[in-house]
Design a protein around this ligand. Sequence first.
Ligand code: AMP
Ligand code: TRP
Length: 332
Amino acid sequence: MERIFSGAQPTGNLHLGNYLGAIRNWVTLQKDFECIFCVVDLHAITVWQNPQELRSNIRELAASMIASGVDPEKHVLFNQSQVSAHAELAWIFNCVARLGWLNRMTQFKEKAGKHRENASLGLYAYPSLMAADILAYKATHVPVGEDQKQHLELTRDIAAKFNNDFEVDFFPQPEPLILGPATRVMSLRDGTKKMSKSDSSDMSRINMTDDADTLAKKIRKAKTDAEPLPSEAAGLEGRPEAKNLITIYAALTDIPVADILAEHGGTQFSGFKQALTDVVVEKLAPITSEMTRLKADNAYIDATLAKGADRADAIAQPILREVKEIVGFLNR
Ligand code: AMP
Ligand code: TRP
């Protein structure tokens, strides 16, 4: 059976990269797959989170997923810490994964930076928890942005080593689904850096909570080069900022890049930026207003996540039982 699992961290500043690279694809996949979507709060605390803010960010992320079109009735939406199978299976995977594998993870290197010795043990073991998220449900497909590809490969390695060590054919090899024209949305201030919730400049990203005026200002001030827009896609090479803005426009409108350039090629950025602002506002405004409505209703969000957690638990528990059996633990 084909089953989707994906997750996002409740660390605030949900941005257009998260939407185009992940959540929007989740919404589309709901038509063809059984889907499990998770607010990964255990992953969030691998770096310090203020408890009050964390609670609010968990609710906000759930609200934005629902506002974007995730259906918590037909599919499963919950927060990770309410389903204990994630942490339990992650421990077992910590004993399957090798130090050498984790040492290669580029996201750890980026996040730990120069202060490696001071990073949490959890940040280092992050990919092993991610493997547990996916494999606790025997998920077969995992939609993510490009930055998560390496973690997915590690998940496949852990699944294979587990099967091999215990001589079973238990875990599937989950496939990454890197979908859509905008798998890597870049910063508005620097077209060579990805748009990120941790960038210190808020002008670098389009937040899902930005109002129309803020969106217009950010796009107007977005970095560009001095040349007019090219008339063909090949002309975008070596022009990362231009490429990024065109890619965002293409992704939001579903218009091919070639058609956009046929219309705007040869013109200055100012006109195109106005057109882009109109598109961004048109597409995000309904989501933002629905998000605001849902955010005011904590009771609904909490009840929805609790119900999702029950359903997730019902799928993961029998799988975890079997894992314990395979490993040689006693089940009660
Ligand atoms: P995170 O917010 O880091 O938990 O990421 C949630 C999802 O958004 C993951 O599938 C990421 O791959 C995706 N994502 C994050 N940043 C970007 C970006 N700049 N462009 C495209 N996808 C992204
Ligand atoms: N590591 C992912 C990110 O930062 C979030 C995540 C955690 C995830 N567990 C997952 C994504 C399982 C897909 C599947 O974007």
